[in-house]
Design a protein around this ligand. Structure first.
Ligand SMILES: Cc1cc2nc3c(=O)[nH]c(=O)nc-3n(C[C@H](O)[C@H](O)[C@H](O)COP(=O)(O)OP(=O)(O)OC[C@H]3O[C@@H](n4cnc5c(N)ncnc54)[C@H](O)[C@@H]3O)c2cc1C
Length: 297
C-alpha cells in the first residue's frame, strides 16, 4: 500500500478558471455583501483561507472605466483577489466583498470592481473566477502546533478568518479560538449574527472581542467589547499564552501606493492595522514564525 501523501508537501491542486453563477446575494452590512456561488458539479478543492481572483475585464459595464484607468495608470488592470468566506465542508462557495470608497484628496482613482460586486451583481449573474490559492491557510497539523488560535481582523479582514474559524471549529476539536475584531461601529461588523451563533454553539472554544473605534452608542456592559483601536493591552489581556499561540492577522496594511505617495512627500507611510498589530504581537512576545498575515491593501 502506498504511504499517504503529506498534505503540506503534496502536489497542489491546479489553479483553474471556473464558471460560476451567483445564486444568492446576502447583505452583510451597509457596505458589504456575500455572493453565494453555484459551481455545478465541479469538484472544489480549496483550503480555509484561500482566495480566488476575478478579472474586471469580464464585466461589460466596466469596459470604459478600464480603458480610461489603463490610459491613466499605464498598466493593465489586474485581477482582484477575494478570499472565500465559505469553509470547505460547506455546500456552497462564497465570497464576501466590502466596497471601497472614493475619498477626494486621498484616493487617487475611484475603486473599480468592489462597488459593482456589492451593489450591481444580481442572482443569476455568471462569473469566471480563478482559484484557489494563497499562503494564508490553516496548517493541516494545527492541533500539534497549538491549542489556541488567535484571529486578529479588521473590516473585511474577517473574511478568510471566517472560513478558517468555521473549518477549525468543525474539524479541529482540540483548538480554541480568540477573535479580536476591529471595526468603526457595530453596523460595520461583518457576519455579526453568524459570529454570535458560532460563539453560542461553542462557548468553551470561541471567544469574540470587538474593538469599536468610533461607536457613539453606549456599549453593552460586556468585558468583550472595547471602545477604540486594538491596543497592545487588549492583546495582552486576551492572549495570556503568547509563546504558544498561532495568530492569523488580516486587514488593511500599507500599500505600494501609500509608500509611493509618502515617498513623493519625502516621508514614511502611516502605519495601518496590520503594521500596528505586528508591532503589538512582537512586544508581547509572539514568535514571528507563529504569525500568519494577509494584507488587503
Ligand atoms: C489576498 C487578498 C484577498 C482579498 N480578499 C478580499 C475579501 O475577501 N473581501 C474584500 O472586500 N476585499 C478583499 N481584498 C481586496 C480586493 O482584492 C480589492 O483590492 C478591493 O475589493 C478593491 O478593489 P477595487 O477594484 O474596488 O478598487 P481598486 O480600483 O483596486 O482601488 C483600490 C485603491 O487603490 C488605489 N489605486 C488603484 N490603482 C492605483 C494606482 N495605479 N495608483 C494609485 N492608486 C491606485 C485606488 O485609488 C483605491 O484607493 C483582498 C485582497 C487581497 C490581496
Amino acid at each position: 500500500m502506498q504511504a499517504p501523501l503529506d498534505p503540506e508537501t503534496a502536489p497542489r491542486p491546479k489553479i483553474k478558471d471556473l464558471e460560476v453563477m451567483v445564486g444568492e446575494v446576502v447583505r452583510e452590512t451597509p457596505e458589504a455583501a456575500t455572493l453565494v456561488l453555484f459551481t455545478g458539479n465541479d469538484r472544489l478543492e480549496y483550503r480555509p483561507g484561500h482566495f480566488l481572483t476575478l478579472e474586471p475585464q469580464q464585466f461589460r459595464a466596466l469596459e470604459r472605466f478600464i480603458a480610461y484607468f489603463e490610459d491613466c495608470k499605464g498598466t493593465k488592470e489586474q485581477a482582484r483577489a477575494y478570499s472565500l468566506s465559505s469553509a470547505p465542508h460547506e455546500r456552497s462557495l462564497a465570497i464576501t466583498i466590502k466596497e471601497e470608497r472614493y475619498v477626494p484628496g486621498i484616493t487617487r482613482y475611484p475603486p473599480l470592481l468592489s462597488p459593482l460586486l456589492v451593489w450591481d451583481t444580481l442572482p443569476g449573474t455568471r462569473l469566471v473566477v480563478t482559484g484557489f490559492s494563497g499562503p494564508y491557510v490553516l496548517p493541516h497539523d494545527i492541533e500539534s502546533r497549538t491549542d489556541h488560535l488567535v484571529h486578529m481582523c479588521a473590516g473585511s479582514g474577517i473574511v478568510p478568518n471566517m472560513s478558517i474559524l468555521k473549518h477549525a471549529l468543525h474539524q479541529h476539536l482540540k483548538v480554541r479560538h480568540t477573535l479580536i475584531y476591529a471595526n468603526r461601529v457595530w453596523e460595520d461588523v461583518i457576519f455579526r449574527q453568524q459570529l454570535d451563533e458560532l460563539a453560542a454553539a461553542h462557548p468553551k472554544r470561541l471567544r469574540i472581542v470587538h474593538a469599536l473605534s468610533r461607536e457613539k452608542k453606549r456599549l453593552r456592559s460586556s468585558s468583550d467589547v472595547r471602545r477604540g483601536r486594538v491596543t497592545e493591552e487588549i492583546i495582552r489581556e486576551f492572549v495570556p499564552d503568547p509563546s504558544s499561540v498561532e495568530v492569523f492577522v488580516c486587514g488593511p496594511g500599507v500599500t505600494k501606493f501609500d509608500r509611493l505617495a509618502a515617498k513623493e512627500k519625502g516621508g514614511e507611510p502611516q502605519r495601518r492595522f496590520l503594521e500596528a498589530v505586528m508591532t503589538h504581537l512582537a512586544s508581547i512576545g509572539v514568535p514571528r514564525g507563529r504569525i500568519h498575515r494577509e494584507s488587503y491593501g
